[in-house]
Design a protein around this ligand. Sequence first.
Ligand SMILES: Nc1nc2c(ncn2[C@@H]2O[C@H](COP(=O)(O)OP(=O)(O)OP(=O)(O)O)[C@@H](O)[C@H]2O)c(=O)[nH]1
Ligand SMILES: [Mg+2]
Length: 204
Amino acid sequence: MESWSRRKAGVAQAVGGVVKRRKHVVLVGLDGSGKTTVLTRLKYRCYVATTPTIGFNHEKVWGGGYRWSCWDVGGGERVRPLWSTYTRATDGVVFVVDSASMGDMMEEARVELARVLKKSRASSLQLSVPAPPLLVLANFQDQIHARSAEAVASSLGLGEAMGVVWAVAPVCALTGEGLDDAMASLRALIDKVRQDYRRRDRWR
Ligand SMILES: Nc1nc2c(ncn2[C@@H]2O[C@H](COP(=O)(O)OP(=O)(O)OP(=O)(O)O)[C@@H](O)[C@H]2O)c(=O)[nH]1
Ligand SMILES: [Mg+2]
């Protein structure tokens, strides 16, 4: 009898493992910031030459020891209004930045980030789900003039007023440096947001 219930528990655990869903994550950011390079690096574990993304790319990838369903949306000015379609009800938003870019590009990134976060918060409110956390990838860290993660956070105006849980990770998509740590920290942010939301829900 005991061995039967233990076997049943084992089966339940195995099934639980299989049905556990991949976390859904969306890569957004200005054109040329390295989104597709990040995606292909996570998928193939090597550098793949890219061309500008017209629509989107989607891949199932591993990163930081977790499975992800990863959407990479083009960053050209004309397709940016489409970002919010992808960030709606996602588990996490990844904003990719060229840390070595000129000040006016950083300012453009700040404006676009604020815009996409505002829309993401609004749709989460509408769907009664927690706002997805934000991970900023401070990419191009191989460049000599690359800003540090702290400097990128400051240039993007990140702070408590953002209304979302956020973190900045220094990475280089060209070599893959920092990407696994970044994805692991995104997973931790997602878990924290879920736990906080459940805890708050219990007190309502
Ligand atoms: N040196 C360096 N080059 C990078 C890095 N990441 C990406 N690149 C290069 O930057 C260029 C643009 O990268 P993409 O990944 O195509 O940029 P994207 O954000 O997908 O651009 P769109 O699809 O137009 O939105 C490519 O030539 C990449 O090889 C990096 O960390 N360091
Ligand atoms: Mg691209």
